[in-house]
Design a protein around this ligand. Structure first.
Ligand code: UDP
Length: 233
């Protein structure tokens, strides 16, 4: 499979490691070292990070959804600033792009600029989701991957793949080695949100899902030894 340009998606929850909230420095440092190895192989990398380690949706029915989602989008900006700085300390040059103005903390998303950065070996973070409420970072992941013509989405989660039932409650749950994006759409599997899965399916964007906290899992997804779930477009 061609992997010249990849989009790495990390859920906020996975970034928090065992702490489940905020950042786990060791986890982020490990991710940074792995991405450095990948970039050094000449593979172009862009990154989307969720916000679930800080904020996900409304905390009460009284809260306006638009306001809650704005906080969620800003949480993804914080995650990208933190992770980009960790990448920098590992010797990777980074840029953070957002769909809205964030002063001098980020630059506005521009597809051509993003591709030019990646072509010179820099890593580009797409923070702030798609900039609209009622969406998720899954949507930003698929949309950005399509726009910048990534070959595949690598999705590092707190869980190590797609199961036929919840492994937390069913010890006999079975992990799929591979599946089709249409399985996710037809059976509303919730691996990624439905609208994002439809977009990925229509644009033939494949996805590899794996446990971010499994040893060397990002490098293995690129160079071999992948043990997660491959989702065919
Ligand atoms: N969000 C949004 N629009 C976007 C992306 C994110 O409104 O385009 C908000 C939404 O409230 C979401 C939160 O940001 O719940 C955090 O993103 P997500 O739940 O996707 O994070 P993850 O679960 O991947 O950590």
């Amino acid at each position: 499979m061609k992997m010249d340009r990849i989009l790495l998606k990390m859920s906020g929850e996975a970034l928090a490691g065992d702490k489940k909230h905020g950042f786990d420095e060791e986890t982020v440092r490990d991710v940074s070292n792995q991405v450095k190895q990948i970039v050094d192989k000449g593979i172009q990398v862009c990154v989307v990070i969720g916000g679930g380690n800080f904020w996900r949706g409304r905390t009460s029915d009284n809260m306006d959804r638009v306001k809650a989602d704005s906080i969620g989008m800003l949480a993804t900006v914080m995650n990208c600033i933190y992770t980009a700085d960790s990448f920098r300390s590992c010797g990777i040059k980074t840029h953070i792009m957002t769909p809205f103005v964030c002063g001098n903390m980020t630059e506005l998303f521009d597809k051509d600029k993003a591709i030019a950065y990646m072509e010179q070996g820099d890593v580009v973070f797409f923070a702030g989701g798609i900039g609209h409420p009622y969406f998720s970072t899954d949507m930003a992941t698929v949309l950005m991957a399509i726009e910048v013509q990534a070959d595949v989405i690598l999705s590092g989660k707190a869980i190590d793949g797609v199961y036929d039932s919840d492994p937390k409650t069913n010890p006999n749950a079975k992990k799929y080695d591979s599946m089709k994006m249409s399985d996710i759409v037809d059976n509303k599997l919730g691996v990624i949100d439905l609208a994002s899965a439809v977009l990925a399916m229509e644009n033939k964007m494949p996805m590899m899902l794996f446990g971010l906290n499994d040893e060397n899992s990002i490098v293995k997804a690129v160079t071999g030894g992948f043990t997660g779930t491959y989702v065919n477009a």
